[in-house]
Design a protein around this ligand. Structure first.
Ligand SMILES: NC(=O)c1ccc[n+]([C@@H]2O[C@H](COP(=O)([O-])OP(=O)(O)OC[C@H]3O[C@@H](n4cnc5c(N)ncnc54)[C@H](O)[C@@H]3O)[C@@H](O)[C@H]2O)c1
Length: 521
């Protein structure tokens, strides 16, 4: 207790304690006004007069003396520490609890020291309600203003202190490049480890930012990873061979990158005292199902890509301890414009085809998918990163928005609304993927809700074509599998990397991976 008080940032806390002190006084005076007005309106002018005269005596002689109890109890409740950065419903709950406790202590002290000298119930009750509402609303207003106008504390940036790095592994990709930009805007120091499979263009907007560092390296190479994690507080692990077709292209590199490298990263991160690791998994781990899936539902991946995500999830959750806090983020399918827009994802691809060719083909139109705009996904990821550890450590989150579960036929309808002349063809094939996903847990822990609809994303892509920001959506760099097929699979730097990866691939929970690495007969 003494140690934490010694490390406590008094200079930041004192103005906030004074603000709470003033709120408490304002609430007491406002409660008196409410009580007097209601008595007067009920025709009890004498009672109103008695309340006022009794109150003046009570306020000046007793309330002033006891009122510091409120900020003191708030202090002991952790209202003034940054690690208690609660959000949404949780924040309101914590504040209500703190105010109720402070009021109880206050009235107990009042009774103990001043006996019968107290305010009547008609003042005490509105006082408690006003104090709770006041304490909650100034905090909500402050959060709103900070977010709205990007206000940052001079001494405590919203995420990590200045000396700490956030490492984004795979930060040059579709999601990563926007995440990096967003983290930099929030005042973080951001390091990227990426092998630049698809080039460095997505990172050009941030390349000269003073808080940005790029390590061009492979997450399968132990030296690159050790170099990248030095001084790092949190990791967001996005690097992967992404998508079913890209993984099917060449199993070896897919298994190494998506699974063995995750296990190696866990060990190195733990060894270097990294506190948090957010892992990009996928809602595709739910496979083929007709019911809405939440995080407790059984996973049943129908592809190698999905299987590598499930295996990495398990390895991460098994690794959680008191100092290492992994969090699994099962991303919905992304759409929208970024610095590396992918046109191998259904909404972007269909929009591009509608714009360029005037005809789109919908395969298995009744199948459900959860969608999310790439900027919303970035916002949700940062919210998890900013959440108190106890709310997210060792937890799995579906990342998306329940309102953005759509059938593929609905996707076609949205595209038809943007391109009225488009011709839509429907075909059924053997693709069994079908999943509708529940995102309530993310909302309740982080307050996240998507800002962009499918229609916003479709119009954004259409405008990008109109403004010639994108000219040829068939360009290989927009398609993971086709690109890897053309340039060849990413090979290891040297033989040792292959041996290290083979060692991390062998795992009892992962028969598929072990089989792929077993010596052939
Ligand atoms: N985009 C989606 O719809 C979606 C949906 C669910 C999950 N995810 C997950 O989110 C993450 C990011 O997806 P994305 O769409 O940005 O993919 P992306 O293909 O655009 O980016 C992947 C990045 O990882 C890098 N990378 C690949 N292998 C590497 C290696 N061995 N070492 C270092 N870097 C390497 C690539 O260079 C690239 O910059 C992935 O883990 C993916 O599985 C994406």
């Amino acid at each position: 207790m003494l140690r934490s008080l010694r490390n406590f940032r008094w200079r930041e806390a004192i103005p906030r304690m004074i603000a709470d002190f003033l709120i408490v006084h304002f609430s007491m005076i406002a409660a008196l006004a409410i009580s007097v007005v209601s008595q007067t309106q009920a025709g009890n002018a004498a009672a109103a007069h008695a309340i006022v005269s009794g109150f003046l005596q009570y306020y000046t002689a007793f309330f002033w003396v006891l009122s510091p109890i409120f900020p003191l109890v708030f202090l002991l409740n952790g209202f003034y520490t940054h690690s208690r950065a609660y959000v949404g419903r949780y924040k309101a709950l914590i504040i209500l609890r703190g105010v109720a406790l402070a009021a109880m202590v206050f009235f107990a002290a009042n009774f103990l020291f001043f006996g019968s000298e107290k305010v009547g119930r008609s003042v005490a009750l509105p006082f408690m309600v006003l104090a709770a509402a006041g304490a909650a609303s100034v905090r909500i207003l402050k959060d709103f203003l900070e977010k709205r106008y990007f206000i940052k504390s001079k001494t405590t940036p919203s995420l990590a202190p200045r000396r700490d790095w956030v490492l984004v592994v795979g930060g040059a990709g579709y999601i990563g490049s926007l995440l990096v930009e967003h983290l930099l805007e929030k005042g973080c120091r951001v390091r990227v480890l990426d092998s630049l499979l698809y080039g460095d263009e997505p990172l050009r907007p941030v390349r000269n930012h003073p808080n940005f560092e790029l390590i061009v390296g492979d997450c399968r190479n132990i030296q690159d990873v050790v170099r990248a994690v030095r001084g790092v507080e949190s990791i967001v692990h996005l690097a992967a061979i992404v998508g079913d077709p890209a993984c099917e292209q060449d199993h070896g590199p897919a298994l190494e990158t998506n699974y063995a490298a995750t296990r190696m990263l866990i060990e190195i991160a733990k060894g270097h005292g990294v506190s948090r690791l957010l892992f990009a998994s996928s809602c595709s781990v739910y496979g083929a199902t007709d019911v809405e899936m939440d995080e407790n539902a059984a996973v049943q991946p129908v592809s190698l890509y999905g299987q590598t995500k499930v295996d990495s999830e398990r390895a991460l959750l098994d690794a959680k301890n008191d100092t290492f806090h992994p969090t699994i983020l099962r991303f919905a399918t992304v759409f929208g414009l970024g610095y590396r827009p992918r046109f191998d994802l259904v909404v972007n691809l269909l929009t591009a085809k509608a714009r360029q060719e005037g005809v789109i083909t919908i395969y298995n139109g009744q199948q459900w998918r959860p969608f999310i705009h790439v900027r919303d996904l970035v916002e949700a990821t940062v919210r998890v990163l900013e959440s108190p550890v106890r709310l997210v450590s060792g937890e799995v989150f579906n990342v998306g928005d329940t309102r953005l579960n759509h059938t593929l036929t609905e996707v076609a309808d949205v595209i038809r609304a943007a391109f009225p002349n488009v011709r839509v063809e429907h075909i059924d094939n053997a693709d069994r993927r079908n999943y509708r996903v529940n995102f309530d847990k993310l909302v309740s822990r982080t307050g996240f809700r998507a800002r962009y609809t499918l229609r916003d994303g479709v119009e954004e892509i259409r405008n990008a074509f109109d403004e010639r920001l994108i000219t040829d959506y068939t360009d290989l760099r927009y398609h993971n599998q086709r690109y890897l097929k053309a340039v060849g699979s990413p090979v290891n730097k040297d033989e040792v990397d292959g041996l290290v990866m083979a060692a991390f691939s062998n795992h009892r929970q992962n028969p598929k991976v072990a089989a792929a690495h077993a010596p052939s007969a």
